[in-house]
Each structure stands twice: as structure tokens, then as C-alpha cells.
Design a protein around this ligand. Structure first.
Ligand code: LAC
Ligand code: ZN
Length: 352
């Protein structure tokens, strides 16, 4: 599909649905996120595990570079080794190299049969074991998201929802599978070797129930924003580091902001955890030093200081935790080549 940069994701989903196809990137902000913004930020979302992020969907872009020249390559060919991948370079460029005006996007067949399962576990290690079992045993796995009891309680209080399980579970893993035939048996079979790690299971028996189970995950951002303005850290960790990071990040935050609450949630299948540190609006603010404390832990564990949300202005002083001097110097030369006057989003990405 070829779309204008201002097209909203939900509208694109509806447009291609009529042809039995899907754009394979989806995220909770689908009602407002534009394709141009999703390319500039290389948006991730909930289906990266199977389909990759926005960059993997973009077959070509039309964009205006900083010198006013227009580059356009919208042929949509799958194989095209004719020089530099300007489209790939613009993905995640945060508006620093060009302004995307149109894009040619890859689509995938819509798989009609779906199952959504929420698996409750006693700890994060058990949730990871369940995810690995589902990933290895169920090729139909499309999403693997994680939330924790404190976040679920917050979402339930914010939206007036009932708790997802009859007895509270410390961790909840949301799994979605899609196929041409019903993938429920495949997923449940894949989970059977780890049955002793599972404390409770909620299986959606209808599309409406599936959407309800997703609400526990997707409403985290709005529920946290209702508490106060969060410090949002968006990090990737190697799966083997995830459980110990969860413990260490709480301790690290408590050492500099004992009054703050730390909510974790995210895309377990991608090793991507959203760390939200928030203090109630009437209390003392969360000190900025929290960001560095968390991001240094991440870098020491071999993770990334930005999985999806980019560097922007808030994280640019931490870019050196993730990128070498030689890499940042190469970034600057690319920036100078495509935006020689430095007029495009000049204050983002690069350390001052
Ligand atoms: C999410 C956003 C915060 O995953 O990236 O809900
Ligand atoms: Zn996310």
C-alpha cells in the first residue's frame, strides 16, 4: 500500500482489511499515530516478535531532505540492491534527516483465527519460561507481552475493570497466536511442558474477551499518566538479564527517589521493558537523576537505552552509553550530508 505520511494507523488498518491484508505493525496509539511519525520513530509495538518493527515494513519512501531536494523510491520491489537504503536510514531518524511525505508499505495476509491467553505466574522467571515454551512450540505466536500485579491493579482501578484472575498473580504474560485454523490447541500444547510454572490461565473464548485481556496491557500508559507525569525509560535487555534487572531497577530507583513508584511492563518477546517512574502529582517530583541511574544499569547489563521510543531530547545525554564515539561521529557526517544547514529537528538525538 502507498500512503501519505499523515495517514493514521487505524485508518490504514481499515483500508487494507478490505483486501484481506494487514500492516504488521500495531500499537496502542493506533487511533492517533501517523505513518510518517511511525517511520521517523521506527515504531515497534506489539507484533515485532513476528514481523519486525516499522523499518521491516517500509519498502520505499518519498521524503524532503534538509536541502529541499525530494527523494522518492516507491516502486515497492522486494529485492532492490541499487545503492544505499535511504528508506531504512529515514526509519528512526527522528526528523533529523528528512521529512517523510509518502511511503510504500509491505502487507501481510490477515490470519482470521486468533487466540489470546493471559498466563499468571509467581515470578518473572516463570513468565519467561512460559514465553520461551510458546515461542519454540507455537509458530503461530504473534505477541508476548508482560505486566505485573501492581500495574494490573492500577489499570483495574483506573478503568473500573474486574481483576483478570480469581486469585492475584504477581506476573501476567499475555500471549496471542494467529493462524488460518484455530491456534488454541497449538498454544496450549506448547505450554504443557511448563504447566507447573503456571498459576492461573485466562483464555479468551471470543474476540471481545480477547480485547478485554489486551486492555490490561494496553491501558498501562494511560493509567500511569493518571497518577502523575512519569519518567519513561524504554529499554531492551537480554532475556537472561531481565529478572535480575527487575530487582535491581527497583533498588536503584529507591536509592535516589524513595517516594516514587516504579511500574514495569512491556514487550517480553522483544526483551523490551518500559520502566515508568512516577510520583503522585501533589508530592515531590521524581529527580532527573533517576534516568541516568536506570540507563546505566541497562548499559551494564548489555541492553539498549531505547528500544522503541527513540533518543529525542530527553535521552541524548545518554547516547554515549549506547553508541561509540566513532558511531556518533558517523551519525554526524550522515546528518551533515542530508541536512547541510542543520535545520531539521536540530536539538534531538546528538549529545550536546
Ligand atoms: C507501549 C508503549 C508505551 O508499549 O510503547 O504501550
Ligand atoms: Zn511499547
Amino acid at each position: 500500500v502507498t500512503v501519505g505520511a499523515g495517514a493514521v494507523l487505524e485508518g490504514v488498518h481499515r483500508h487494507v482489511e478490505a483486501a484481506g491484508l494487514e500492516l504488521a505493525v500495531d500499537l496502542a496509539a493506533r487511533g492517533t499515530a501517523t505513518i510518517g511519525g511511525m517511520i521517523a520513530t521506527n515504531a515497534g509495538g506489539t507484533r515485532v516478535l513476528r514481523h519486525g518493527s516499522m523499518r521491516a515494513q517500509v519498502l520505499g519512501v518519498e521524503a524532503v531532505l534538509g536541502d529541499g531536494s525530494i527523494v522518492s523510491h516507491l516502486g515497492g520491489l522486494l529485492k532492490d540492491n541499487t545503492g544505499y537504503d535511504l528508506a531504512g536510514l529515514l526509519c528512526g531518524s527522528e526528523g533529523t534527516l528528512g521529512i517523510v511525505t509518502r511511503a510504500r508499505l509491505r502487507l501481510v495476509p490477515s490470519l482470521p483465527e486468533r487466540v489470546v491467553v493471559l498466563v499468571g505466574t509467581a515470578d518473572l522467571d516463570a513468565a519467561i519460561a512460559c514465553f520461551v515454551a510458546a515461542r519454540d512450540g507455537a509458530p503461530s505466536l504473534e505477541a508476548a507481552e508482560v505486566v505485573f500485579a501492581d500495574g494490573i491493579d492500577l489499570v483495574c482501578a483506573h478503568l473500573g475493570l474486574a481483576a483478570p484472575f480469581p486469585a492475584p498473580q504477581p506476573v501476567a504474560l499475555l500471549l496471542e497466536c494467529r493462524g488460518r485454523t484455530d491456534p488454541t490447541a497449538e498454544l496450549l500444547d506448547a505450554l504443557s511442558p511448563v504447566a507447573d510454572r503456571i498459576g492461573a490461565t485466562a483464555v479468551a473464548d471470543s474476540a471481545a474477551r480477547g480485547r478485554e485481556l489486551w486492555r490490561y496491557r494496553e491501558a498501562h500508559t494511560e493509567a500511569i499518566n493518571a497518577v502523575g507525569i512519569p519518567h519513561k525509560l524504554d529499554v531492551t535487555l537480554p532475556l537472561r538479564e531481565m529478572a535480575s534487572f527487575r530487582v535491581r531497577v527497583r533498588d536503584a530507583v529507591a536509592s535516589v527517589a524513595p517516594h516514587a513508584r516504579t511500574y514495569l511492563f512491556g514487550h517480553l518477546g522483544d526483551g523490551n521493558i518500559h520502566v515508568n517512574v512516577v510520583a503522585p502529582r501533589r508530592g515531590a517530583a521524581v529527580p532527573d537523576v533517576v534516568d541516568g541511574v536506570v540507563l546505566e544499569l541497562v548499559a551494564a547489563a548489555g541492553g539498549s537505552i531505547s528500544a522503541e521510543h527513540g533518543i529525542g531530547t530527553a535521552k541524548r545525554s545518554y547516547l554515549r552509553l549506547a553508541r561509540s564515539d566513532a558511531e556518533i561521529a558517523a551519525f554526524r557526517r550522515v546528518k551533515a550530508a542530508m541536512d547541510p544547514s542543520g535545520i531539521l529537528n536540530p536539538n534531538v538525538l546528538f549529545p550536546q
